[in-house]
Design a protein around this ligand. Structure first.
Ligand SMILES: *Cc1c(COP(=O)(O)O)cnc(C)c1O
Length: 427
């Protein structure tokens, strides 16, 4: 038995499904996960010493690649000064200044420890500030695993076809209304019917958790309009897109200003972090200034903030986003050419360095069209790529992420692997 198999056998005896987050279990593609020994740059090594070219990037945070030197140095230096104090530190101010400078819609920002916490807290602010109970979310969008948000959620929910979660009371789920992504008419209809009860619309401005689905021109602008008209708030969940599709996130890329923004992933540089923020008048309602309570023992943790600041510093260098665009385009081209040669219907959606190849004819514009994808073909493709030493997300309904550690040669290697794998997947 391989070391990974032995470890997985041990893991399932003591951890539900053997993993600490469901999508890691490979249920979406079959088989068992490999166990990671280490990562460096664009590559991971498993416990047997096999190398993989990595396009998972820890599900989004690792925009600089694995063990990026500035991040390792910042974390090491911070650890030597102590790992947590439960009292404010200078770096938290620096992080808040970096976020508010990059996101003009965010005047005050609170650091938390995960994207889940960020989204959950932003919703609490929206409900507290408006005094309204309802939330509108989009089918296939994922905003972490808080109760109100596990209704028609993407990511693991999409992989396992579980639209709802056990343990979420129906009364609570009933407070979450859903609409198809990119369907402004459906949102308008919800507001027509219950507009004065809706606290907020929460959206991934570029969907990443049903696979990558960009917003149609006018969709985000329309959400801005309809929420404003009805006195509801617009929440952009930029946990993936923040500092990824542009330094200023999707709100910079598309020029739409939300009321509240959720961040995570990249701002922690691979350590656990989230953040939520918005206009001063809204965020002043959060404790200790206001009545909306939210707290965290490890919030603004010095190691996580050090890793995040080192990452953001690297992302402020000239030409970084142009480089990510070039690399992302190369991956897209490699997949398209491989699919064309193999005669496989593959729809590639990409925004900068985030991309999904859906195994179906296009266009993929929402969750329903994403679900048309042939998940068994994806599973064959995934395993063929893994066999060729390329690690993709173990589910059709996730994004591939390119990092600044990837080279042109890496992308060429991925393209060659895809050509072989798609020839196999098409059969
Ligand atoms: C990953 C993700 C979250 C949840 O973040 P965690 O750190 O996993 O809790 C929330 N929203 C979006 C859009 C995400 O991709």
């Amino acid at each position: 038995m391989s070391d990974s198999k032995k470890l997985f056998a041990a893991a399932v005896r003591v951890i539900p499904g053997g993993v600490n987050s469901p999508v890691r279990a490979f249920r979406g593609v079959g088989g068992e996960p490999f166990f990671v020994a280490r990562g460096e740059g664009a590559r991971l090594w498993d416990v047997e010493g096999r190398a993989y070219l990595d396009f998972l990037g820890s599900w989004g945070p690792l925009i600089l690649g694995h063990a990026a030197r500035p991040v390792v140095e910042a974390v090491t230096a911070a650890a030597a000064r102590g790992t947590s104090y439960g009292a404010p530190t200078p770096m938290e101010v620096e992080m808040a200044e970096a976020i508010t400078a990059a996101y003009p819609s965010v005047e005050l920002v609170r650091l938390v420890s995960s994207g889940t916490e960020a989204a959950m807290s932003a919703i609490r602010v929206a409900r507290g500030a408006t005094g309204r109970p309802l939330l509108v979310k989009f089918d296939g969008c994922y905003h972490g695993h808080a109760d109100s948000l596990l209704v028609k959620a993407g990511s693991g929910g999409a992989t396992f076809s579980i639209p709802d979660s056990g343990g979420v009371p129906a009364a609570l789920a009933a407070l979450t209304l859903t609409a198809p992504f990119n369907d402004l008419a459906a949102v308008r209809a919800l507001f027509q019917a219950r507009g004065d009860e809706i606290a907020a619309v929460i959206v991934e401005p570029v969907a990443g958790n049903m696979g990558v689905v960009p917003p149609r021109p006018g969709f985000l602008e329309g959400l801005r309009e309809v929420t404003r008209a009805h006195g509801a708030l617009l929440i952009f969940d930029e946990v993936i897109t923040g500092f990824r599709v542009a330094y200023g996130g999707a709100q910079q890329l598309y020029g739409v200003r939300p009321d509240l923004t959720c961040l995570g992933k990249i701002i922690g540089g691979g350590l656990p972090v989230g953040a939520y923020g918005g206009a001063r008048a809204l965020m002043e309602q959060v404790a200790p200034l206001g009545t909306i309570y939210q707290a965290g023992t490890l919030s603004g943790n010095p190691l996580a903030v050090a890793a995040g600041l080192a990452t953001l510093r690297a992302l402020r260098e000239r030409g970084v986003y142009a480089r990510l665009e070039t690399l992302g385009a190369a991956l897209e081209r490699g997949l398209r050419e491989a699919a064309g040669a193999a005669g496989v219907a593959l729809t590639v959606n990409r925004v900068g360095s985030m991309l999904t190849g859906f195994f179906c004819a296009g266009p993929v514009t929402d969750y329903a069209s994403a679900r048309r994808a042939d998940t068994r073909a994806y599973a064959r493709f995934f395993h063929a790529m893994l066999g060729a030493g390329v690690f993709l997300a173990p589910s059709q309904f996730e994004a591939a992420f390119v990092s600044l550690a990837h080279t042109d040669a890496d992308l060429a290697e991925a393209g060659r692997a895809a050509a072989g794998a798609l020839a196999a997947a098409g059969r």
